[in-house]
Design a binder for this molecule. Structure first.
Ligand SMILES: Cc1cc2nc3c(=O)[nH]c(=O)nc-3n(C[C@H](O)[C@H](O)[C@H](O)COP(=O)(O)OP(=O)(O)OC[C@H]3O[C@@H](n4cnc5c(N)ncnc54)[C@H](O)[C@@H]3O)c2cc1C
Length: 439
């Protein structure tokens, strides 16, 4: 017989920052919360935070590509993509309140205080990374120490380096899985290895969800269903639930890295990722100090040709800048499974400007101009696939009653900056709305 769960107040699908935050808040308010997560909890496994781990817990073993060839790293595990994020925090963009009337100032302030979000102290920002920031400063760009979801008191950050993107082994970086733990302490139930395929709907109301636990069919019934399966997972569930228009258009904060070799000096590879950043005053892109982890580097560079790949031998001497483009809505996640993310002409123009600026900064920081390289484009923030004012209202509710979306899918535009703090803010706001509605 297929397992069934009944009499649940709230079903939360997905345990990334969106799902984990709303689940914790609702469980703490005394609701009977069931969290359904497709992946497993890998945190205490020997491979967590290693190259092997990154192959195990990402969609298609890290070889997921859009139709255009953008590589998407999509962690499928308890904690979602915060298991592999760079731990950067950015406040929500002002336009979220100005254009969409969504004010999460208080929720964000609470989170900053609770998680002690702050830049790393100067001695942990990395010498080579700081050198890039200083060079940028000399050129008139005021880079800032990037606020982080990292608490040096919890782990030895000085030993982390670029591989901290594979999963945090020292424990300094906050992960949404911690909110899942706290939700469970407050009474929520977590079922892992459950892939939700669709929402059960009757007479315009969401009744529950169905899917698979392993190979067995699975169903759960609850008063409220919250989809938090991420910018790709949520529209896929909605497609099978009678919303073929979900996933039409997408934002990605399309990313590209610019590298340059600094002869005879140490590069940024053994320094914490993204310790310094800068935002274009017009808000079209963000720059940060970053390099691909050692073993990822040749895999990425392979696509740029033999000469680019050979620079792997100098990985210890590379300075890197990551460009995060605030891209326009384009492409999408389609019902046949395809993901498309073409750059618009405007995106391309902005990207070219960002590349030129990055090269300029790297040379000023001491990189040999003959060694400058760019990586292929990639997508780290699949989002904007179930947009506010389009498929969900300001309370993140779909046109089906009691069906909500609480993840990066709801972004009405690309953020062009780290997403997690905004997602947490939105999730806390949704929890307040639901607590009020159900009281
Ligand atoms: C390498 C990398 C670095 C990043 N660095 C940063 C950073 O420094 N700062 C920042 O703010 N952001 C960063 N991000 C982005 C950020 O981590 C994501 O935007 C954010 O985690 C998205 O949250 P979410 O709740 O929307 O979804 P996710 O975190 O993707 O969580 C969705 C969850 O749903 C589960 N799921 C999916 N489908 C199903 C299904 N059918 N049934 C059940 N469960 C399902 C998944 O397994 C996953 O656990 C980074 C991302 C990556 C990949």
């Amino acid at each position: 017989m297929s397992p069934e769960f009944r009499d649940v107040d709230v079903i939360v699908v997905g345990s990334g920052p969106g799902g984990a935050t709303v689940a914790r808040a609702l469980a703490r308010a005394g609701m009977n919360v069931l969290i359904l997560e497709r992946g497993w909890d890998h945190r205490r496994r020997f491979y967590y935070g290693t190259y092997l781990g990154a192959l195990i817990y990402t969609d298609r073993h890290s070889f997921l590509y859009t139709h255009e060839g953008l590589n998407i790293i999509r962690p499928l595990m308890v904690g979602g993509a915060t298991s592999m994020y760079a731990g950067c925090a950015a406040e929500p963009p002002a336009w979220l309140k100005e254009r969409y009337g969504i004010d999460i100032t208080q929720e964000v302030a609470e989170t900053i205080e609770e998680l002690e979000i702050a830049p790393l102290p100067p001695d942990l920002r990395g010498r080579a990374s700081t050198r890039i920031a200083e060079a940028a400063h000399d050129l008139g760009y005021e880079w800032f120490p990037q606020p982080k979801f990292m608490r040096p008191a919890r782990g030895d950050i000085s030993q982390c380096g670029a591989r901290c993107l594979l999963g945090c082994r020292c424990g300094a970086k906050w992960n949404a899985a911690e909110y899942v733990d706290e939700a469970i302490e407050a009474g929520a139930r977590l079922l892992t290895g459950v892939r939700v395929t669709r929402v059960l709907v009757e007479d315009g109301h969401a009744l529950g969800v169905q899917g698979y636990k392993g190979r067995s069919p699975f169903r759960a019934f609850g008063d409220i269903v919250i989809l938090a399966a991420g910018g790709i997972g949520t529209p896929r569930i909605l497609h099978r639930s009678g919303f073929p228009e979900a996933g039409t258009g997408m934002t990605m904060d399309t990313t590209l890295m610019v590298y340059g070799i600094i002869p005879r000096e140490k590069g940024i590879g053994n320094e914490p990722p993204m310790t310094w950043s800068w935002e274009d005053p017009e808000g079209h892109f963000m720059l940060s100090t970053l390099i691909d982890p050692w073993l990822n580097y040749p895999l990425v560079m392979m696509r740029q040709g033999w000469e680019a790949m050979r620079t792997w031998a100098r990985w210890n001497h590379i300075l890197g800048i990551m460009i995060k483009l605030r891209d326009e809505v384009s492409g999408g996640v389609y019902p046949d499974g395809m993901i498309r993310k073409p750059l618009t002409l405007l995106d391309q123009k902005r990207l070219e400007r960002a590349i030129e600026m990055s090269k300029h900064i790297l040379v000023k920081a001491g990189a040999d101009p003959d060694t400058l390289l760019i990586t292929p484009l990639r997508g780290t923030h699949p989002s904007g696939t179930v947009r506010i004012h389009d498929l969900v209202n300001n309370n993140l509710e779909m046109e089906i009653d009691d069906l909500y979306v609480c993840d990066a899918s709801v972004f009405p535009e690309a953020l062009g900056r780290p997403t997690v703090l905004t997602i947490i803010g939105l999730a806390k706001r949704l929890a307040k709305h639901l607590i009020e509605k159900m009281s």
